[in-house]
Design a protein around this ligand. Structure first.
Ligand code: PMP
Length: 417
């Protein structure tokens, strides 16, 4: 093992410290300390000392292949994207100093919303400061008192938090179960307002939702549908709009939520819709109103990136090739994976427990490969997993190198024979 972060670098529980509001974190502090004391690197404190490309960084002084970022389409180093950001920085300064509602709407906020309308073919687009805030804002604003939000049990934290921020009744259904969704919708008052929240790709296992069937069930019960397509934008469906497009549900999904932090390659969130009253969201949505808007350089890079994604056919193909090659290679070696085939650009390697997870993660990092170590409560059903996310810029050679690294680490840790 490489040298773990020295325990002295890490805040620890002060012996004899007076109990106070921070005492509730003692268990989590203790668990982290035990991991570090056992010689492991903290998987949640990795520093990219240098980023050389969408697929390569320097971590702990070592050249490392990145297989754990959401940079699916490799747009972060695109020369046009970078030039747009630099120009906006020069022309408009470093920040907006205010809400979109007041002084915080600049030329490129309008431009990025137009790029989104063009990309999705919708009449409406509203940009938020993050994807997290897009879910928070849309769910809490759409579903009011006496309404119902019906969500998949494995929903992203931002969807759960959107429910908590609002005042609607919350109903959960079993992950990806059309039958359970139907049953639960059937128990609700027929005339109540209902919002079914789905995700195109579920980000822990990389599985996709049976959106066609789910949307049909939602419509049968008179519910509106919001689909979070954070992990499918750019490479799913004929226009890269997402799983909902690929599965032919465009006419029936009322709201699409997405993010700039994945395929677009910067930061920000959005919702697009064809609803004729969609603009009213700007007047009522607290996470849109009561926060500063994105810096001009960020919206300028996003607008350029989104427009380039509209025609990024070769990148899309490369990304799918990479995902399929990695999935097939890992499966052949005997790793247990989150999906039967490569359903998305996320390939999850399922491990037995935290010790095996941390050992695999660390061995890979020491050999020059970064993946995400994911654990409960972020993961479903108490699983520990290594999440590999592919990038269109990974070369076939890099994928082969990655497979070799997994083979060596899997044997060393005893995950595969
Ligand atoms: N939705 C899903 C499904 C996500 O996975 C994420 C982030 N991982 C978000 C929303 C939030 O996106 P952002 O990073 O832009 O806040």
């Amino acid at each position: 093992m490489t040298e773990a972060i020295a325990t002295s670098d890490v805040p620890t529980i002060l012996d004899g410290a007076k109990p106070d509001l921070m005492s509730k974190f003692d268990a989590i502090i203790g668990e982290r300390k035990a991991l570090l004391d056992a010689g492991f690197t903290d998987p949640y404190n990795v520093v990219m000392e240098q980023v050389k490309s969408p697929t390569q960084a320097v971590i702990k002084g070592k050249d490392t292949i990145l297989l754990g970022t959401y940079n699916y389409m490799g747009m972060t180093f695109d020369p046009d994207v970078i030039a747009a950001g630099k120009a906006a920085l020069d022309q408009f300064g470093s920040g907006t100093n205010g809400s979109r509602m007041l002084n915080g709407t600049f030329r490129d906020h309008m431009e990025v919303e137009q790029a989104l309308r063009d990309f999705y073919g919708t009449t409406g687009a509203i940009v938020f400061s993050t994807g997290y805030m897009a879910n928070l804002g849309m769910i809490s604003t759409l579903a009011g008192k006496g309404d119902y939000v019906i969500l998949d049990a494995d929903s992203h934290a931002s969807i759960y938090d959107g429910c908590k921020q609002g005042v609607a009744e919350i109903v959960r259904f079993r992950h990806n179960s059309v039958e359970d969704l139907d049953k639960r919708l059937g128990r609700l008052p027929a005339d109540a307002g209902k919002l079914v929240v789905l995700e195109g790709v579920y980000s822990m296992l990389g599985d996709i939702a049976p959106l066609k069937e789910m949307v049909a069930v939602a419509k049968k019960h008179g519910a509106m549908v919001l689909s979070d397509e954070a992990h499918s934008m750019g490479f799913y469906g004929p226009n890269g709009r997402g799983v909902y497009e690929a599965l032919g549900c465009e006419g029936d999904v009322d709201f699409i939520v997405g993010t700039f932090s994945k395929s677009v390659g910067t930061v920000g969130g959005f919702c697009v819709s064809n609803h004729p009253k969609f603009e009213a969201i700007r007047l009522a949505c607290r996470p849109y109103i009561f926060t500063a808007s994105l810096p001009p350089s960020v919206v300028a890079t996003a607008a350029t990136s989104i427009r380039k994604l509209m025609t990024a056919t070769a990148k899309r193909e490369q990304l799918w090739d990479n995902a399929r090659t990695l999935h097939a290679g890992l499966k052949e070696m005997g790793f247990k994976l989150g999906t039967e085939q490569a359903d998305s650009a996320i390939i999850a390697v399922i491990l037995t427990d935290q010790v095996q997870g941390a050992a695999m993660w660390q061995t890979l990092l020491e050999n020059g490969l970064y993946v995400n170590l994911a654990r409960p409560p972020a993961t479903p059903a108490g699983t520990f997993l290594l999440r590999c996310s592919l990038c269109a810029e990974h070369t076939p050679e890099q994928i082969q190198t990655v497979l070799g690294m997994f083979k060596a680490a899997g044997k060393k840790v005893g995950v595969i024979a």
